[in-house]
Design a protein around this ligand. Structure first.
Ligand code: NAD
Length: 497
């Protein structure tokens, strides 16, 4: 069995804590690797290394930083296939989906290549006689990222390219379930010429996370993961004086109006509910069907679901892979059985599904639950699996009230041909990312990503301009090059003239 390492100071570093976590191949159920869990001392070593590297990286020129990022962009581009294979081997998602994740991560590296434009300051001349004022943004120092299992490459790339482009140094704690893609990203950064210690990886569990949250030399923490942990990270990190952005879980609703193109709505529901086996924070997990749309839409979803190919992610024929762990598989299945017991209609039941020859894999088929109501567990909880619930309502107003009553507000979508209804929806829905006939409205790199309510704790969305603001702090400089007449005693509050 392969033993993985941390990445500190530009090289692999063996774990010394003696604690390891298992890394499975979800398609076979076999443990193929073990990942070291960092001790407090190991986290401290990574932070000290990052702090030392900040002394030179933090004052390095924009030209030098962007030259590294341009090289990095080329290397990640050239290694897309390899990174995607690492993702599939540990996460289980199909290769094409893993390639898509790398492509969306690369968008943020591209944004970081243009950081000089984002860090341009502002200057006002002659605000008072012979006085100029400039506003600049400066890096924070050592910043940290804590990331989830479901996007092993993309979510780290939402964070560190912008952070390091802004002049910070970075300590990443990737998900212990899928550590290899992030490690590869760090190796490529070194190959691109990123100085040692600017990007470090500590693998681990709560011990490592808690040390990051308490470490006095870490200025800011970016987190992406489930809502309870996001809340914990935000509360603890801010109590320790850190800047924190903590993105949480989701329950994304897709509203289908009676005038919608139902063929498009059915395709979109399938893609957004079952893609990546539902293990996406932007997955659609609830369809809100208005008026008489539910019956024809459910028929179309069932037809399409019957044609889906579920299998190992490295098989090019597979459209959906397994779930991350056996425990998670069983939990997802329990929501389907529980929904039936609570009165939902199980229109498709994927709980008995397996793949011949891979019976120990973490398999589940797709499930479709009809007549779901807001009191049911399958509606209230984030299932994070290929389970789509359909809630039937009579009117748009009923639909928007239901959606805005949800504690989450990550992404949402409306399917309609009515521009006025779509416009009303954009303004009225309480969610951070809205799609109009687009089921997974993940913003491009130069717009920011983030939810509302329990889907994000903190003031900043991730990447885009918000990312630059999160990883920098403002400074305003007031300058006078004096004339002999500027002297004299005046104890009054300075005013401009
Ligand atoms: P998770 O919250 O279990 O883990 C996320 C990170 O937190 C991991 O690095 C993990 O090691 C660490 N962690 C876990 N338990 C901890 C604890 N008790 N104390 C300290 N650290 C802890 O999330 P996950 O299962 O890896 O990922 C799936 C979740 O992430 C889903 O809820 C999904 O919606 C969410 N997610 C959200 C977004 C978003 O942009 N809002 C994106 C991707 C995933």
């Amino acid at each position: 069995m392969k033993t993985l390492s941390h990445w500190i100071g530009g090289k692999p570093v063996e774990g010394t804590s003696g604690n390891f976590g298992p890394v499975y191949n979800p398609a076979t159920g076999a443990q193929e690797k073990q990942v070291p869990f960092a001790s407090v001392d190991e986290v401290d070593t990574a932070v000290a290394t990052a702090k030392e590297a900040f002394r030179t990286w933090g004052t390095s020129s924009l030209a030098k930083r962007t030259a590294v990022l341009f090289k990095y962009r080329e290397l990640v581009d050239a290694h897309r296939e390899e990174i995607a294979r690492l993702i599939t081997a540990e996460h289980g998602k199909v290769h094409s989906d893993a390639l898509g994740e790398v492509a969306r991560g690369l968008e943020i590296v591209e944004l970081a290549c243009g950081i000089s434009e984002k860090l341009k300051g502002e200057l006002s001349t002659q605000v008072s006689t012979r006085v100029d004022v400039s506003s600049i943004r400066q890096s924070l120092g050592v910043v940290a990222g804590i990331t989830p299992f479901n996007f092993p490459a993309m979510v780290p790339m939402w964070m560190f390219p912008i952070a390091i482009a802004c002049g910070n140094t970075f300590v990443l704690k990737p998900s212990e379930k899928v550590p290899s893609a992030a490690f590869k990203l760090a190796e490529l950064a070194a190959e691109a010429g990123l100085p040692d210690g600017v990007l470090n990886i500590v693998n681990g569990d709560k011990t490592a996370v808690d040390r990051i949250l308490a470490h006095p030399d870490i200025a800011a923490v970016s987190f992406v993961g489930s809502t309870p942990i996001a809340k914990y990270i935000h509360t603890t990190g801010t109590a320790n004086g850190k800047r924190v952005q903590a993105l949480g879980g989701a329950k994304n609703h897709m509203l289908v109006l009676p005038d919608a193109d139902l063929e498009l709505a059915a395709d979109s529901a399938i893609n957004a509910a079952y893609g990546s086996a539902g293990e996406r924070c932007m997955a659609i997990s609830v369809v809100v069907a208005v008026g008489d749309t539910a019956d024809p839409l459910i028929e179309k979803i069932k037809e399409r679901a019957a044609a889906l190919t579920i299998g190992p992610g490295d098989d090019p024929a597979s459209e959906m892979g397994p779930l991350i762990t056996k425990v998670h598989r069983d939990k997802v299945a329990s929501y389907v059985t529980g929904a039936a017991a609570q009165g939902a209609t199980v229109a498709l039941d994927g709980t008995g599904f397996t793949v011949e020859g891979h019976e120990d894999g973490h398999w589940i088929g797709v499930s479709l639950l009809d007549n779901v109501t807001p009191e049911m567990d399958c509606y209230r909880d984030e299932i994070f699996g290929p389970v789509l619930s359909v809630v039937r309502v009579e009117t748009y107003d009923e639909a928007i009230a239901l959606m805005n009553n949800s504690p989450w507000g990550n992404g949402t979508a409306i399917f309609t041909r009515d521009g006025g209804a779509a416009r009303r929806f954009q303004l009225e829905v309480e969610a951070g990312m809205v799609g109009v006939n687009v089921p997974i409205p993940v913003p491009v790199g130069y717009h920011s990503f983030g939810g509302w309510k329990d889907s994000l704790f903190g003031d900043h969305h991730i990447y885009g301009n918000d990312g630059v603001h999160f990883y920098t702090r403002g400074k305003v400089v007031t300058t006078r090059w004096p004339d002999p007449s500027d002297g004299g005693i005046n104890l009054g509050f300075p005013s401009n003239s």
